[in-house]
Design a protein around this ligand. Structure first.
Ligand code: TRP
Ligand code: SF4
Length: 404
């Protein structure tokens, strides 16, 4: 009935922005591809989040969803390893969002920095809406729904993970105290057997009295390793360890994605709106041309002028794509005018082409087979819904709302 607290679970989402580029690949997708083999991963398209800013043109979202999913698959996100789904197809997110909204103080939402920042930044849109204010809480529902232990996000999203932790804490505090909690905990501890119960109690004391995190970890592992206690007991014990009630919604951690070093063609952050990107499905000729046209150190007017790689965006691409030896060659050649800029760009062009070749091919395959893509997502949605239903069941029960 209930799904267990799972620190091994990872959840992350992306708003549907359509086709992705190398910035997304190096900043996010490569990380997801790695994580999918290490954790139980849920990756989803945050289409309702897109609606908070695109509500005037909701028709544009659909295509952006499919294009983005195709690019995820092309980049190597594997539906055999991770669960891929679309937020709006798991309507449980809306119910959890609503329930959480009842106990979330308005001030918490008004204080999230992205609220004012984005309103400032997207001045052309009217974002003085209820939905936009609730954006971080919808995100909290996304995360808490899967009891994710880790949430890979960029630095801009850390405040949203923080509010998620506060909401979870408040929820557990309000609804995690079932009548008879202490007695139930004592009974659960007895079920562990004398020896293990002693170990559990010692470690709990070490954590609660001395803040010993290692002891907390050990006790947690002990609880998770128990075969003969119920899932409910397991959650009570986990709650007992941290000195609260039953942990119904565990607090997630932000898994900070290292800032992508992937610069755009002009040396600024690669971004669709700056027009300085190479898309994951960029044709080879276009890749060639975009890199050939990249600006270089403005001081290198003639081939015979020495340059300074530090003043050149191509040098930044060498940081991503080249080994030490090639970089050495660039530095030498540039500062002594030994090589021309086109020579210098050649290894970058080759590396980008080699990187994109399989991605482009997989994207084409999936683009040609929309039924396959839809069925991958349909399966993922089913799987996600199952996990979501289990959580909601517990949430309703904890709140005394399971009377239908
Ligand atoms: N707000 C995130 C962004 O703009 C997208 C998102 C929505 C998300 N729900 C999430 C990310 C849950 C991580 C977890 O990038
Ligand atoms: Fe930039 Fe390379 Fe030209 Fe130097 S040689 S200015 S690093 S492109």
């Amino acid at each position: 009935m209930s799904s267990v607290v799972s620190s091994q679970r990872v959840l992350s989402g992306m708003r549907p922005t359509g086709r992705l580029h190398l910035g997304h690949y190096h900043g996010v997708l490569k990380n997801w591809v790695r994580l999918q083999h290490e954790y139980e991963c849920f990756f989803f398209v945050a289409d309702w989040h897109a609606l908070t800013t695109e509500y005037e043109h909701p028709q544009s979202i659909e295509q952006a969803v499919w294009e983005m999913v195709i690019d995820w698959l092309a980049a190597g996100v594997n539906p055999g390893a991770a669960t891929l789904f679309v937020q709006s197809r798991v309507p449980e997110h809306a119910e959890l969002h609503l329930l959480l909204s009842m106990m979330t103080p308005l001030g918490w939402l008004e204080r999230v920095p992205t609220y004012k920042d984005q309103q400032e930044k997207l001045k052309e849109k009217d974002l003085a809406t209820y939905g936009f204010l609730g954006y971080p809480l919808l995100q909290s529902a996304d995360i808490l729904m899967y009891r994710a232990g880790q949430v890979p996000v960029g630095a801009d999203q850390v405040a949203h993970i923080e509010i998620t932790r506060e909401v979870a804490r408040r929820f557990n505090h309000l609804y995690g105290r079932e009548p008879g909690f202490e007695e139930a905990v004592a009974a659960a501890i007895r079920k562990m057997g004398k020896k293990q119960a002693r170990v559990y109690q010692d470690h709990r004391r070490k954590y609660q009295e001395q803040g010993d995190e290692q002891a907390l970890e050990t006790a947690r592992a002990l609880v998770l390793g128990q075969q003969n206690i119920t899932l409910g007991d397991r959650e009570r014990l986990l709650g007992d360890l941290e000195g609260g009630g039953k942990v119904i919604l565990p607090e997630p951690q932000a898994l900070l994605t290292p800032a992508s070093k992937m610069p755009g063609l002009d040396g600024h952050k690669m971004s669709k709106s700056y027009g300085n990107f190479i898309s994951l499905r960029e044709e080879p000729d276009s890749v060639d041309e975009k890199i050939r046209r990249m600006p270089t150190d403005p001081a290198r007017v003639r081939r015979t002028d020495p340059g300074n790689p530090e003043h050149c965006p191509v040098w930044q691409l060498h940081q991503v794509y080249s080994d030490d030896q090639t970089r050495q060659w660039v530095w030498e050649g540039c500062t002594t005018a030994g090589i021309g800029c086109l020579d210098c760009k050649k290894p970058v062009i080759d590396a980008v082409q080699a990187e994109l070749e399989p991605i482009r091919r997989r994207a084409e395959e999936h683009a040609r087979d929309p039924d396959l893509v839809r069925s991958i997502v349909a399966d993922g949605c089913e799987e996600a819904r199952e996990a979501a239903r289990a959580t909601l069941e517990e949430v309703r029960t904890a709140m005394g709302l399971n009377y239908r």
